[in-house]
Design a protein around this ligand. Structure first.
Ligand SMILES: C[S@@+](CC[C@H](N)C(=O)[O-])C[C@H]1O[C@@H](n2cnc3c(N)ncnc32)[C@H](O)[C@@H]1O
Length: 342
């Protein structure tokens, strides 16, 4: 069993992404989830920081954490360090006191402490229940409320894997071709994972804009295929992919209502549909997205559609099954709606 430390503010969204690279992901408290196993693509996750091999779980006090560690068997040797966190500042715990007290338990067991380069890192994750309410009433996976629902938790575990958040320090403005409204790379990475991006897979974005989703698809090891109706966007995306991606990719200029690919030829489709306030859309937006969803369904059996409104009903009308929907506030006047499709 593993404990996952989630990133961002929406645990349901983070858990859905984590479920693409871990099994039985179950939120347990604000910013924390458990998982039964980790899969290969774990390090590409965007909204998970790290995973620890679970020792156990208790209430959110230093005394309880110490008691848990004292009772645990530790079949490890080498040097250790303890890292305590007050996840999202939800418990107000004194993390330094927690690190000292838990460190003392390990020293008593004969471990040497090495803060710079330890062989093993013991993680003590203190988290309140509050953020867990981010999981909606229809939320699946739901909250495990087997412990006292009012108390916070402390999850103890040995650091097992960290995600490789190399996208987090790259901004769309640093790319050769940039346009206002380009998607944040962290969100693009998560959407690509939700659409099935992984080594060996092909991922299509038929409305690729500046190519942000294609870049992340390439970075997780998938082969990106992109199209856009505007020649300027295709040229710009080509510049971006040439500069920033080593592996193979394909681009075309074309209409998302007539994707130039054979039936069932890609593993996943992901697209950020035009927003109502964008002016360049010919014809009506509803008709365009409905037709694009039908075409997407023809070429793939997994997808993610994003927009300034939920395209869930249009997706169902196009033959998709809606797996989950999420609403993510970008700024005061823009909420991005994410719909996961099968
Ligand atoms: C919201 S933007 C995508 C933004 C992109 N995610 C990014 O980070 O740059 C939508 C894109 O859809 C394209 N588009 C609009 N109508 C289209 C159509 N019928 N077929 C293909 N692309 C279309 C627009 O040219 C625009 O680049």
């Amino acid at each position: 069993m593993y404990v996952l430390e989630l990133a961002g503010q929406d645990d349901r969204f983070a858990a859905a992404e984590a479920a693409t690279a871990a099994s039985d992901v179950t939120p347990i408290a604000a910013g924390l989830a458990t998982a039964r196993g980790l899969d290969d693509g774990f390090e590409t996750l965007s909204f998970t920081h790290r995973a620890a091999e679970a020792i156990g779980r208790t209430d959110a006090s230093v005394e309880s954490a110490v008691a848990l560690l004292e009772a645990a068997t530790v079949d490890r040797s080498g040097t250790v360090a303890v890292r305590a966190r007050d996840v999202r500042s939800t418990t107000g715990i004194d993390t330094q006191a927690a690190e000292r007290a838990l460190g003392d338990v390990l020293v008593e067991r004969g471990f040497a402490v090495d803060l710079d380069d330890p062989d093993h890192v013991l993680q003590a994750l203190f988290a309140g229940r509050d953020g867990a309410s981010a999981v909606g009433p229809d939320g699946d996976p739901g909250i495990d409320r087997s412990a006292d629902p009012d108390a916070g938790v402390c999850a103890l575990g040995w650091l097992a894997a960290e995600t490789d958040r190399d996208f987090a320090d790259r901004q769309p403005t640093d790319r050769p071709f940039f346009q206002p409204g380009s998607m944040d790379p962290a969100l693009a990475r998560a959407l690509v994972n939700l659409a099935g991006g992984e080594p060996g897979a092909t991922v299509l974005d038929p409305m690729c804009g500046t190519g942000g989703l294609l870049l992340e698809a390439g970075r997780v090891g998938a082969t990106p295929i992109g199209g856009d109706v505007q020649a300027k966007m295709v040229r710009g995306t080509r510049e971006n992919l040439r500069a920033l991606l080593a592996g193979p990719w394909h681009l075309y200029r074309g209409d998302a209502r007539r994707i130039p690919l054979a039936d069932d030829s890609v593993d996943g489709v992901v697209f950020d549909a035009p927003y109502g306030r964008q002016s360049r859309i010919e014809g009506d937006l509803e008709g365009l997205v409905a037709d694009a969803l039908t075409e997407a369904r023809r070429v793939a059996d997994r997808g993610v559609v994003v927009g300034d409104r939920s395209w869930a009903a249009a997706a169902e009308a196009a033959g998709w099954t809606v797996e989950a929907t999420f609403a993510r506030r970008v700024h005061r006047s823009l909420v991005r709606h994410v719909v996961m499709l099968r």
